[in-house]
Design a protein around this ligand. Sequence first.
Ligand SMILES: *Cc1c(COP(=O)(O)O)cnc(C)c1O
Length: 375
Amino acid sequence: MQQLQMVDLKRQYHKIKSEIDTAVLNVIESTAYINGPEVNHFATELAAYLDVKHVIPCANGTDALQIALMALGLKPGDEVITASYTYIATVEVVALLRLTPVFVDVDSDTFTMNIDSVRKAISPKTKVIIPVHLYGQAVNMEPLIALAKEHNIPLIEDNAQAIGSSYTFSDGTVKKTGSMGTIGCTSFFPSKNLGGYGDGGAIFTNDDELATTLRMVANHGQNKRYYHEMVGCNSRLDSIQAAILRIKLRHLDEYCDARRTAADYYDNAFKNNPKIITPYRAPYSHHVFHQYTLQMKGVDRDKLQQQLAERNVPSMIYYPVPCHKQNMLKEYGTANMHLPVTDMLQDCVISLPMHTELTEEELSYITKNLLEAIS
Ligand SMILES: *Cc1c(COP(=O)(O)O)cnc(C)c1O
């Protein structure tokens, strides 16, 4: 057995190597490195996959969130509600734009924002809500959309961890995550479910006017070259990345299925163990397992990680410090907020290797060693 990794990009690449190599070489030969035809083709294909009107590619997922906030024309001090239990990028852009992050707790079973907490956090200053589809699970969007409509607050979906996932509404309608809010954002960081071979990101919307503004913001505030209407930024997806992502997009559903199959194996191996809570799959969410994250009960987590490492089983803590406690945000005074579920999860979660190439032999080795370590 090869050395286990949290994410195995090499084996995945080797399965599509000839197609990828040809596509990359074609871009190099074409010299259309910036905003070449591959970028437009990819945007069109991704829009069709997600069933959204506009896809605006950009440089990374963090930029996607920043551009989304910039396009909404917010003022310093406007409040943005999001979960503290997320990757820092979701919140960093809020602080960068001098907006005020307002944190809500998550549900312990889904790891995603608790909708009642969002309702309580809404104030006259609330100008955006950012639901994060964490670990590949969709936020409970139906009540959130209703709440946002009631207060006329735009939703920016952080879909960096859940591209390929979908949400089923009570009337049976199914929509892809990232396509339900006012704006959706994603990342093509290599380890994401749709990952390039470098950085990349994209913004989605069904609103024509907003799409024009988003494109302007991402392109130095201009629609017409050298006529700059607003302060923007420079955020583009490379043509080489677009060419790679076009190929990988065709495999995205199959990649999500491979992750779900690995999750099934883990679930089965760990079920009924009193020290382990396996990830819950909400009935409305098509979970695409960006991460496979357990909650360990009555287990010394540091010791467990060390024991796993000794047996060459990698593991990670996503995330050891929740956003509201990060020094980055100390001026907002959020460190002592009462977010009991977030604080509880921070101390007990552990993520296991999760990618598209896990074999039964590897899964058996990982699960056997984890069970032995806690027995
Ligand atoms: C990865 C990630 C981002 C940022 O994406 P980058 O491409 O690394 O900038 C934002 N939000 C979440 C939830 C993420 O997991």
